[in-house]
Design a protein around this ligand. Structure first.
Ligand SMILES: Nc1c(NC[C@H](O)[C@H](O)[C@H](O)CO)[nH]c(=O)[nH]c1=O
Ligand SMILES: CC(=O)[C@@H](O)COP(=O)(O)O
Length: 245
């Protein structure tokens, strides 16, 4: 028996979902046949004080031999995003979602390239899926050779209409040639295209690093991508429910 999962349904020929029409939900994925739900054909250090282009002479600090001056107040040892929560002024309709995973099926596409890092991203993502209530049997993992292959794999999973969201995990590390820019750029735009073309949320859990040691403090991007995918799935479910009223 397959379980029923909340999967997004777009287009006019499929029933709209919502709290009121639960009974019309299509069956979720029959994942029992897929051993461990893996679809395949699958075989450190401190952060820099300031991230800057190595050849940016204007930003370079000349080596005077003197002890380094203390950091200015606005420069932190690790980059921080602006604090604070979004505030919507009162009086407006707000349509939002929560990263809830109960009764949702999730597809993960993950690159084998830079496998030590992508394994940790995957562990982070799987732990978060469990925390958020996604059943193990509702998770399908599709390993692919590299980040460049993630968009096609994400699109293929999304097109099955069996997943509430897709989480894409990878790690691209800058080398000596422009290769990094092609791989990372195509990966990002291709994943966005997969989401826009299918209407299925595709979360971007791909690290784009200047140096391998930057991975250590960023592997929680796997969990962050899971929360993003689930929140987007939830807000779309709420949108469909609101539109059906
Ligand atoms: N250099 C990195 C790659 N390169 C491989 C490509 O993603 C792709 O698999 C190949 O070009 C065949 O199409 N992949 C990564 O995930 N990370 C890299 O740093
Ligand atoms: C994705 C990359 O930038 C890297 O693997 C390629 O290295 P290189 O530019 O030295 O060929």
């Amino acid at each position: 028996m397959s379980e029923r999962f909340d999967t997004p349904q777009w287009g006019g020929d499929v029933p709209r979902r919502g709290a009121a029409d639960e009974a019309q939900e299509p069956d979720g994925p029959d994942l029992e046949a897929a051993a461990e739900n893996v679809l395949e054909g699958w075989p450190e250090s401190d952060e820099p004080v300031i991230d800057r282009e190595p050849d940016d002479e204007a930003a370079a600090v000349p080596d005077t031999g003197e002890p380094a001056a203390p950091l200015a107040d606005h420069v932190s040892a690790t980059m921080e995003h602006a604090p604070g929560e979004l505030t919507v002024p009162p009086g407006f309709a707000v349509l939002e979602g929560q990263p809830v995973g109960e009764r949702r099926a999730v597809g993960i596409v993950v690159a084998r390239f830079n496998g030590d890092v992508t394994t940790r991203l995957l562990e982070s993502a799987l732990a978060e899926l469990e925390t958020r209530g996604v059943a193990r049997g509702a998770i399908t993992v599709m390993p692919v050779p590299g980040a460049f292959e993630l968009p096609l794999a994400a699109m293929a999973l999304a097109k099955t209409r069996r997943f509430a969201c897709i989480v894409a995990l990878g790690c691209v590390i800058r080398g000596d040639t422009p290769h990094f820019d092609y791989v990372s750029g195509e990966t990002a735009s291709g994943l966005q295209l997969a989401a826009i073309e299918t209407g299925v949320p595709v979360a971007f859990g791909v690290l784009t690093l200047d140096r391998a040691d930057q991975a250590d403090s960023r592997v929680d991007k796997g969990a962050e991508a899971v929360r993003t995918g689930l929140e987007m799935a939830d807000v779309f479910a709420n949108l469909r429910a609101a539109a059906a009223r």
